[in-house]
Design a protein around this ligand. Structure first.
Ligand code: UFG
Length: 327
């Protein structure tokens, strides 16, 4: 069964392609390679192009006739979204609509969408469940929430069934060491800490230690990439079995502060990691922790790698092997 993976050359998409293949599906990748890497697409057909190009979408859907589409391609930097919102509305909203309209034209009616904790904005309470108010505070979060709303309307009007998976902090790497996180530029905490541990950066800067949290640094819910892939697979199976549209928050329900992640990295790597305390980063909520009871109850999802040291260990194995991964 063909599954189209849009953004399958990126961090999360490439892990999903591997998982789909292992689970007996035939993943087919569409990626513009603007941030994804050709080397990350293993054992899958790759179509290089932009999904905001209706002719490209039409050609890919015509050739692969997928049973479902998984959509991982988007711009993901909060700060950049404030400076250049046009890029975010174009790449994350407009392009997604082109993809959805292509799906309608080809009668493809199942869609799995990478959403984010950023749709909630500053938390009114934690842990954050699906009912939490959606008040995104930056164009990145707004762009993802707009797509979620579009999907609700497309289901109502056209019967397009979707599952939106709202990731908290995706982290870790393929336990086999074949795939991992490789953003350019890198902005995410764990890879930056590990690059500092490896001596590829002089230090890690903590963005503020005066938050109202136990140690003053921001708290996040780090979720292993393999556990995210499990949730996607379960969502796919639910849709293929005739399930309706659904939204799920995905995290472990455990918050770790920036300092706790650094300490875990020191423990796992056995290295001293130089730390500098800097200014707060604009737009960072003090604490983001998921309530994932719904995913557990409805999808039967059970995180397998909830332990922070395991997440760090897999990311560290990747960092050591693939510091200079080819594009
Ligand atoms: N941090 C540092 N130093 C760094 C980098 C990050 O202290 O060099 C801190 C941040 O302030 C934050 C935590 O580490 O408190 C995690 O930061 P990340 O950038 O790794 O992740 P975010 O929580 O900002 O981002 C995650 C997703 C984004 C998504 C966002 C929505 O990775 O894609 O949640 O809130 F947009």
């Amino acid at each position: 069964m063909n599954i189209l993976v849009v953004g399958g050359a990126g961090y999360i998409g490439s892990h999903m392609v591997k998982r789909l293949r292992q689970s007996g599906f035939n993943p087919i990748v569409a990626d513009d390679l603007s941030s994804g890497r050709r080397a990350a697409v293993q054992n899958a057909e790759l179509h290089v192009g932009d999904i905001d190009d209706a002719a490209f979408v039409d050609q890919v859907l015509r050739t692969c006739q997928p049973a479902a589409v998984m959509h991982f391609a988007s711009s993901i930097q909060v700060g950049e979204s404030v400076a250049d919102p046009a890029k975010y509305y174009r790449n994350n909203v407009t392009a997604t609509q082109v993809l959805l309209d292509g799906m309608r034209a080809h009668g493809v009616a199942r869609f799995i969408f990478s959403s984010t904790a950023a749709i909630f904005g500053d938390p009114a309470y934690v842990p954050i469940d699906e009912a939490h108010p959606k008040q995104p505070i930056n164009p990145y979060g707004r762009s993802k929430w707009m797509v979620e709303q579009m999907l609700e309307d497309y289901d109502h009007a056209y019967g397009l069934k979707s599952v939106c998976l709202r990731y908290f902090n995706a982290a870790g790497a393929d336990p086999d060491g074949e795939l991992g996180e490789c953003h350019e530029p890198e902005t995410h905490l764990l890879p930056l800490i590990l690059q500092a541990a490896a001596g590829r950066r002089p230090h890690i800067t903590i963005y503020g230690d005066d938050y109202a949290t136990p140690d003053g640094t921001c708290v996040r819910d780090y979720i292993h990439i393999e556990d995210l892939c499990d949730a996607h697979l379960l969502a796919l199976q639910q849709l293929l079995a005739g399930g309706g549209s659904a939204r799920y928050n995905l995290g472990n329900g455990n918050g770790f502060s920036v300092r706790e992640v650094i300490t875990a990295a020191q423990r796992v790597t056995g290295r001293e990691i130089p730390v500098v305390v800097g200014e707060r980063r604009a737009g960072d909520p003090p604490s983001l922790v998921a309530d994932s009871h719904r995913a557990r109850a409805e999808l039967g999802w059970q995180p397998r790698f909830a332990n922070l040291d395991t997440i760090v260990a897999h990311a560290w194995a990747w960092e050591r092997k693939h510091a200079h991964w080819p594009t």
